[in-house]
Design a protein. Sequence first.
Length: 349
Amino acid sequence: MRTIKVSADRNYEIQVGCDWKAALHTVISSHERLLIIAPSFVVERFHLRELISVNVHLFETPEGEEQKSIDIWRQALSSAGSLNLTRSDAVVAIGGGATTDLAGFVAASWLRGISWYAIPTTLAGAVDASIGGKTGINSEFGKNLIGSFYSPAGVFIDLTFLDSLPDRDFSAGLAEVIKTGFIGDLTILDLLEQCTDVKDARLHATELIFKSAEFKASIVSQDFTESKLREILNYGHTLGHAIEKRENYALRHGEAVALGLIFAAELSVQHLGLAPSVVNHTISLLQRFDLPTSYPASALKDLLELMKGDKKNRGSHLRFVGISAPSTPGWMESVTPDDIHVAYERIAQ
Ligand code: GLY
């Protein structure tokens, strides 16, 4: 097992390669009561009902983004209320990124904040969502618009969860890994270049997770509340979130981000002098790992409207994160609708 330290609103460790049950027992012994929040299919698959006791309670959620609704958040808080959870109790999220987002926000909201822990069961959760304390739910106006920065007290990544993760979800997680390679860690790109396909990438999961988590931890430790630097983690996400919303969350987050990465790279060619070969490199890596690289041309009007709700915007200006070279992120502050049309051509079908 390897550990990564994060220093933000609280200091905590990410354990990569731990045994999640052993980690959970340690958590149980340091709190009076726990509320585990997990989607029903995770409860079934990993036999979570066996954990229930007088001190350990379970709140089951729907799958995916469906759990990040005001209604589910309210129900989870009712559960915390009926259990009379106090500040010596804790929430534990067991699931993918949507579950850690929701559970973290439940913990942040109850009694103005009780401890929470993340046990990610997906690649996307392990490399991105469970780390960094962005917690929240979706609003009818867009993704993650309601939430708070609220760090977990610990993140426990057990690689055995990946054994039962479908290839489609593994690929979706790789989109965040590819993003991390392009914004900050060239060794990730080198490692991905050595993988021929998704199955091959699975063999390198430990290293890919460790490198991605380590990079994210260092950024979050420097700019926890995203005053600027942390925005680089949103490379590819402005268009990605708009596509997710337009699809009513039927696409995996990573699939939408894959399209956003190509778009952001193309925009970076226009605004930051990125070499066009890097856009080709992005596309070839995404294709290698079965991620989408095209989206309907007719969607652009909707997407432009949806991107206006992005949290990085200031006033009426659309702002994007880009790169001027692999591992050199930059900001594109004055992007016009015309620039967006040109960049979108690269994925339009
Ligand atoms: N997923 C981007 C961030 O945590 O900042």
